[in-house]
Design a protein around this ligand. Structure first.
Ligand SMILES: Nc1ncnc2c1ncn2[C@@H]1O[C@H](COP(=O)(O)OP(=O)(O)OP(=O)(O)O)[C@@H](O)[C@H]1O
Length: 245
């Protein structure tokens, strides 16, 4: 299991901040994708040890928000702060504190699982064996990634998150393709991460086995939907066969 910097007194905390201090804060974020307002006035805070689930209908902007929080996309308005400092002031520092899991598992098909993951080893993080064991993938460590099933690829991607040894996990639908056993392991990994002061924000459409988790439900407001309908003029609306008029 994930035990970075295990010492005599147990795992070293990933964050030394007091538990009630917000490490991550998003204030009044607005994000457009094209001319479509996807996120409007979204605010959140996250303290050491906290977990938050982002929910909402397809297209509500959950993945977009995660990418903004990861520093992969700039918000069009609003502020994103780490310990009170704008993350835009040092994006490299922010990247080092984030472990981001997107929809793509980002494995090189010709490399073995072990070779893929060894690229992400850090001096103070878990060993490869610990990370692979945490997702029950040790037996497949030497298999080329192209031979893994979808769920096994997801497990490998989760092992990469463990290896990053970063305080903030941003997980986009982490349970996608996972079986019940792997979802339980995911819950254990998140619980252990939080116990060390780590933080997690995850998007999900299904319940995850997490305790004391906060929720942020993103709405599909008329602002989201209206431009979609505007884009679809009557004369381009597909008929029942899929052909356009
Ligand atoms: N590259 C893009 N260019 C323009 N619009 C985009 C792009 N990617 C996503 N969008 C739009 O942004 C909106 C939010 O997408 P996003 O992927 O963040 O939603 P989501 O809540 O994660 O959805 P899901 O539950 O389906 O994963 C959607 O309306 C989508 O059409």
């Amino acid at each position: 299991m994930f035990t970075p910097e295990q010492g005599e007194d147990g795992p070293a905390p990933l964050s030394s901040a007091p538990p009630c201090t917000a490490l991550l804060a998003a204030e009044s974020l607005r994000v457009f994708r094209g001319d479509r307002l996807v996120l409007n006035e979204i605010s959140l805070t996250l303290c050491a040890g906290e977990a938050m689930l982002l929910t909402g209908p397809n297209g509500a902007g959950k993945s977009t928000l995660l990418r903004v929080l990861a520093g992969l996309r700039r918000p069009d308005a609003g502020a994103l702060l780490w310990c009170g400092t704008p993350i835009a002031e040092d994006t490299a520092a922010h990247a080092s504190r984030v472990a981001y899991l997107g929809h793509q598992d980002a494995l090189k098909p010709s490399l073995s699982v072990r070779e893929n993951l060894s690229l992400f080893l850090t001096p103070t993080g878990p060993t490869l064996t610990q990370a692979l064991s945490a997702v029950d993938l040790l037996d497949l460590a030497d298999l080329p990634a192209r031979l893994l099933s979808a769920g096994q690829k997801r497990r490998a991607a989760l092992a990469r998150v463990l290896l990053a040894n970063a305080p903030l996990w941003l997980l986009d639908e982490p349970s996608l393709g996972l079986d019940a056993n792997a979802i339980t392991l995911l819950g254990h990994a998140i619980t252990q991460h939080r116990a060390q002061g780590g933080m997690v924000i995850a998007t999900t459409h299904v319940p995850l086995p997490l305790e004391a988790v906060r929720h942020l439900a993103l709405p599909a407001t008329p602002e989201h939907l209206a431009p979609l309908w505007d884009d679809l003029a009557d004369d381009t609306w597909p008929d029942q066969t899929g052909a356009t008029a």
